[in-house]
Design a protein around this ligand. Structure first.
Ligand SMILES: C[S@@+](CC[C@H](N)C(=O)[O-])C[C@H]1O[C@@H](n2cnc3c(N)ncnc32)[C@H](O)[C@@H]1O
Length: 237
């Protein structure tokens, strides 16, 4: 798709703010906080959330972190003005560093212990993924972790087989000498609306992050009210 802005501008037409009502992703967020982030036992912690939406994860995170850490740096970016303003107008979190920008536009020399991307990679086009993986590496401390959440590949295949009206197109592409597939499709989110996503073969993400000096530390499927995702934890070598 040529119009890259489409992927965040589409949030103007849907009601992502209803996430506060439906609590979609709360189970995944809780898993990330309790089983991955809070396992890091130190005095201070620095986290960057890519594409924070209405800040639902940031708020959950902030509540959990205040109980366990003395020094907390929470940062993130969100290019949709509608989502960004919704969060900024309602948020009371202190010491927050937010950018109303795409991740591609972020320029920082700061390093983080964790970077999270919860259902955001399906909004990146293929041509940007090498530079995005490289940037994530440069923004992490050594042994820092990148947490990637995408729709589970098998679940998605089944869903697009049963609901043909959600399917748009499937492409194959060559990257680093190997062939992979990606599928462009609608995701129909209850009480929120339909968004268009690019989902890719899971092995592609493993190969992509291995190329940029990460090792796969963990891979887990989670079922959130019938919607299955894959959570990858990549550790910077
Ligand atoms: C499915 S929502 C998920 C929001 C949030 N991570 C959550 O779990 O609630 C995807 C978000 O990615 C944002 N997004 C789209 N393109 C982006 C880009 N290039 N850089 C950063 N975020 C982007 C969208 O505006 C949207 O808010």
């Amino acid at each position: 798709m040529k119009n890259k802005e489409f992927f965040y501008l589409q949030y103007n037409k849907i009601n992502w703010q209803n996430q506060e009502k439906t609590k979609i992703n709360a189970l995944v967020n809780n898993h990330i906080i309790q089983n991955i982030i809070l396992k890091n036992k130190r005095q201070s912690i620095k986290i960057f959330d890519i594409g924070f939406g209405i800040g639902f994860f940031m708020k959950m995170l902030s509540e959990a972190l205040t109980r366990s850490y003395n020094e907390i740096t929470l940062a993130g970016c969100e290019p949709s003005k509608k989502n960004y303003d919704y969060f900024i107008e309602r948020n009371s979190l202190k010491k927050l560093e937010t950018y109303n920008k795409t991740f591609q536009e972020i320029k920082t020399s700061k390093k983080f212990d964790f970077i999270t991307a919860i259902y955001v990679f399906p909004h990146f086009t293929l041509e940007d993924l090498d530079s995005i993986a490289k940037k994530i590496n440069s923004m992490l401390e050594t042994a820092g972790k990148f947490i990637l959440v995408v729709a589970n590949e098998k679940y998605l295949k089944g869903k697009l087989r049963d609901k043909r009206d959600l399917f748009i197109e499937k492409n194959t592409f060559r990257w680093n000498g190997k062939e992979y597939w990606e599928v462009l499709h609608y995701s129909d989110i209850p009480e929120i609306g339909k968004v268009i996503d690019y989902n890719r073969e899971e092995s592609f993400y493993i190969d992509l992050f291995e190329k940029y000096n990460f090792r796969l530390a963990e891979r887990k499927n989670l079922d959130d009210k019938g919607f299955i995702c894959t959570v990858f934890v990549f550790e910077k070598k």
